[in-house]
Design a protein around this ligand. Sequence first.
Ligand SMILES: Cc1ncc(COP(=O)(O)OP(=O)(O)O)c(N)n1
Ligand SMILES: Cc1nc(C(=O)O)sc1CCOP(=O)(O)O
Ligand SMILES: [Mg+2]
Length: 516
Amino acid sequence: MNNTIVWTIAGSDCTGGAGIQADIKTLHNLGVKACTVITAVTAQNSSGVLEINSVSAEVLSSQLNALSAELPASVIKIGLLTNVQQVEQIAERLTFYKGNWPQAPIVVYDPVAIASCGDHLTEEDILVAIKTKLLPLVDVLTPNNNELQKLSGVYAFSWQCLARAGQVLLDLGVGSVAIKGGHIDIAAGYCVDYCTDGEHNYWLASKRINHSNNHGTGCTYASAVSACLAQGFLLRDAVSIAKAYINQGLSHQSLIKKARQKIENGAVWQGGWPVQAKYFPKVLVAHSTMANALDWQLGDNICSTYTFAKNFPSTACQSLGLYPVVDSVEWVKRLLAAGVKTLQYREKQLTGEPLSQAIEQVVLLGKQYNARVFINDYWQLAIKFDAYGIHLGQEDLLKADLAKIKSVGLRLGISTHGYYEFLQAQEYQPSYIAVGAIFPTKTKDMSNQIQGTATLARLVKLNTETPIVAIGGITLNNATEVLNTGVGSIAVVTAITESKSPESVIESFEQIFECC
Ligand SMILES: Cc1ncc(COP(=O)(O)OP(=O)(O)O)c(N)n1
Ligand SMILES: Cc1nc(C(=O)O)sc1CCOP(=O)(O)O
Ligand SMILES: [Mg+2]
């Protein structure tokens, strides 16, 4: 448990499966402290919602006052609001917190008040108040299909419609929308979630898990997103982890005994941090096998040179060892002579003929020393000079003729920064996946994308088939901590290029590799 606080402002579900109770379990199990503000006490069971007792404005206020005095939240998750007065009261409070707290809280709203499995958990039509007063204060909205329709007026019968519905909600002032695909039937047998902030679009697909124990999935999902955001994950990573969390919860039902199932009373399970690859969704990438199977033809920023390919040649070893990344032919020569077996040429200054000549030389040197030399960015020149491999970043991928790279037998390494990009990279089945930045680095601006070794360890366990490379801020001092995550390779720039004695640094790294 870390010291981040999430408030959940929601209704109590006496069965313990949804509402405040599901929120507390999810937040706690995902490692944050949960504080609660109860909006209503509901009486419900498997036959439906029997009674809703809304709390008064005074009771709502007193809870908010008590918490804001001592336990301000980094994320405020909102669920059931039962009437216009509550919507207005919460909107007023959020405006104050956002304007006055030293750090404005992130607001996640799961709009359960407007439609919930046929049981209308509202005393009156509060749609107008929600749209005009609350949504402009919401950073992440997590509607299901019914809620999406009610709020946007769009019926999502195609991927384009889903994207349009998201845009309508953004136009109402919401920062980002994470639409849950659980009740959306565009692709038979699959649940596809769609998340957008208007600039970036994330599509996450999982096989539908048909299980009757699904009560509380909406609350659990929004709480999982909140727990991740509170711990500093980017939204794209938070929605990826939350989807895995729900898949884990739904899958758990088939593992538990009949008697236990009766007690669960139709509710989804709130387990621990999802660590098994099978629960994680697939990212829809342009022209991929999965995208084609789902007849999904969207995709941002694709260049005319892009083609999709997967299953790139292997590097023939799971652990690539020390992997220096350097920017000159001189460095390549020196490090190969020092015995380095994996290396990257990352040139950011040269262009035209000098660049071409440099890459030709680097490739030749790699062959002379029988080393794995990757060329960063310049995939056409890497193909031209028959390099060992190419390293591409996320943006570079959408410009590259991947089918050509694969057909000529070049290895492909892909950069990733967090869960979402890691899942996305897996769709290409590259020769290795790089994860960064592990620590802060002065070599490149990686703000908001520092992964730490805990996330690295979890990502390494998600894919034991592809070699994983850790990069960013790695030195001799923290290399053991990095290798203890199980990662097989460490990429470094300044640890070598700024050292007075690069050869002895290489030797020390090699010793650390041997010990771990
Ligand atoms: C091993 C390794 N990992 C990550 C990177 C970063 O590549 P990219 O995202 O393409 O950024 P630039 O290096 O081009 O700035 C890398 N080069 N090597
Ligand atoms: C080039 C690069 N890519 C990164 C990523 O996370 O994708 S971090 C990084 C810089 C690595 O340099 P140093 O070893 O000096 O920290
Ligand atoms: Mg690059």
